[in-house]
Design a binder for this molecule. Structure first.
Ligand code: ATP
Ligand code: MG
Length: 468
């Protein structure tokens, strides 16, 4: 087949072959080529030892941890070219790094240690004359080496373990998360035997470090198909191990006479995720939307008239969200974002609330998260069978913008404590703060505009009042 590669890729391959080494393109690049997508990530495997690779390229560097040699990419925004010597082990039985890196002797040895058939393809460039084509790419002849029928799985959109899936998952339990993650990224399904093996081995996921599990989970949320991904995550029973709190929301009924809910809590949550993902790509926002009602099972009450209530579920839910974030080693920033979204998702859009109530909401949620919070609300609405928006919600959005035009805290005033001291001729003291607070309230009440000149004038007036 003909393949277009960047000139640098051609150059790398040529250099290896000149010296009599074997070299192949591996990994995601082949997937992309066969699916006619652009390639941003060129990885190679070779029988040359790392020291030998370093000698071939002046700008190459050795990253000791994984036996990988990097060569800088000349195209901005693209990852460095990565060249790895044939390996006999790709797993991580405990946590962060391979137990030991051992060099393999053949391509076959390398490929059969890889996780899935679509990840175990290699590409060998066969022609050495090259023609530059459009977009500065080089046309080369190449052949695919496909020892495990990866191409047919790619055509059928299937994730299938290389070899016996039970063995492969018990060797390295992280592969189960990778299967779901890659399926969610590509919009693939997991082949039946591979999927059954995940179910059978799901408990082993506890052998993997929480950091790695979290990375894969967030990649599922960040993927092109998070809703389908989380359904696979649930059906594979991995979610029972990693997010048992989510499991408890399935089957919790919430349909009351005269109320809008038509789904149980878990089903609603999945749908909310589906809809939020259509408008927001942030994995934490998507995650928060999935778990926004996670406090409902614990707060469920059915009254005599059949009405179901979940008082304070957002408070309980926020506590649960925090526990989940701690358990999965979220960063402080990620945890805070998740917590705020869950804690305040139950906000009212009542048109009768005062401006200060709207401002209080803004302050609690944080201005940086308002768009995300509204996206969550739309996901919540659509996932509950409601329309995307309502005149009340639109009115509330208008008011959010409106009140943000006014200052929020004393610090947003166009004058400072120094101005106060200067104009009033006083020294640093609590009086300075009191005066700023007073002016702040006047601005909020629209008695005076937040302009430097007007505020200084008000200060003068205050001075006069004091003196008289
Ligand atoms: P992406 O880089 O887009 O996340 P990828 O498929 O390139 O996807 P990497 O994590 O970069 O994934 O791994 C590169 C290759 O190494 C994979 O394609 C796979 O062949 C192999 N691999 C990675 N992790 C494992 C593992 N745990 N077990 C077996 N093979 C693995
Ligand atoms: Mg990669």
């Amino acid at each position: 087949m003909k393949v277009k590669v960047p000139p640098k890729v051609h150059e790398i391959i040529d250099k290896f072959e000149e010296k009599g080494f074997e070299i192949y393109v591996v990994g995601g690049a082949i997937r992309d080529i066969l699916m006619s997508k652009s390639v941003y990530d060129w990885d190679f495997t070779t029988n040359a030892q790392p020291e030998e690779i370093l000698k071939l390229f002046d700008d190459s560097y050795y990253t000791n941890d994984f036996g990988m040699v990097g060569i800088p990419n000349e195209n901005e925004g693209e990852r460095p070219y990565e060249i790895t010597t044939f390996r006999t082990e790709y797993g991580y039985s405990d946590s962060r790094r391979p137990d030991k890196v051992e060099w393999g002797k053949s391509l076959e040895e390398d490929l059969k240690r890889r996780d899935f058939t679509i990840n175990a393809l290699a590409l060998k460039v066969t022609s050495h004359q090259s023609l530059v084509t459009s977009h500065n790419m080089v046309n080369v002849d190449a052949e695919i080496i496909d020892l495990f029928d990866g191409q047919s799985d790619l055509d059928n959109k299937l994730i299938r373990a290389v070899g016996d899936p039970n063995e492969r998952f018990s060797e390295d339990a992280l592969r189960m998360m990778r299967a779901v993650r890659i399926a969610a990224e590509l919009g693939f399904t997991i082949e039946e035997k591979t999927f059954e093996a995940i179910k059978a081995n799901a408990r082993l996921i506890h052998k993997i470090s929480k950091e790695r599990v979290k990375d894969e989970l967030l990649k599922i949320f960040a993927s092109a198909h998070p809703h389908e991904g989380i359904i696979m995550f649930k059906n594979s029973t991995l979610s029972e191990e990693i997010l048992p709190e989510l499991e408890k929301t399935f089957g919790v009924e919430q349909a009351s006479p005269g109320r809008h809910h038509i789904y149980d809590v878990g089903t609603h949550s999945l749908l909310a995720l589906k809809y939020v993902a259509e408008r927001n790509t942030d994995p934490i926002v998507r995650f928060a939307t999935l778990i926004h009602d996670i406090g409902k099972p614990q707060t469920y009450k059915k009254l005599e008239n059949g009405t179901i209530t979940f008082y304070n579920h957002e408070v309980i839910g926020a506590r649960t969200a925090k526990n989940i974030a701690d358990r999965l080693r979220f960063s402080k920033k990620e945890k805070d974002k998740l917590w705020r979204l869950v804690r305040y998702h139950q906000f009212t859009v009542d048109e009768r609330q005062t401006d200060s109530a709207v401002r209080r909401f803004l302050r609690k949620v944080g201005q940086d998260l308002i768009t995300e919070m509204l996206d969550l609300r739309i996901g919540d609405r659509l996932g509950g069978g409601a329309r995307e928006t309502s005149w009340r919600l639109e009115e509330f959005k208008r008011r959010l913008i409106e009140v943000q035009k006014q200052p929020f805290t004393v610090h947003d005033l166009k004058i400072s404590g120094n101005d106060v001291m200067e104009v009033l001729g006083i020294k640093p003291s609590p009086k300075v703060g009191e005066m700023l607070q007073k002016l702040f309230e006047e601005v909020v009440e629209k008695k005076v505009p937040n302009e430097r000149e007007n505020l200084l004038k008000r200060l003068e007036e205050n001075k006069d009042e004091k003196e008289n």
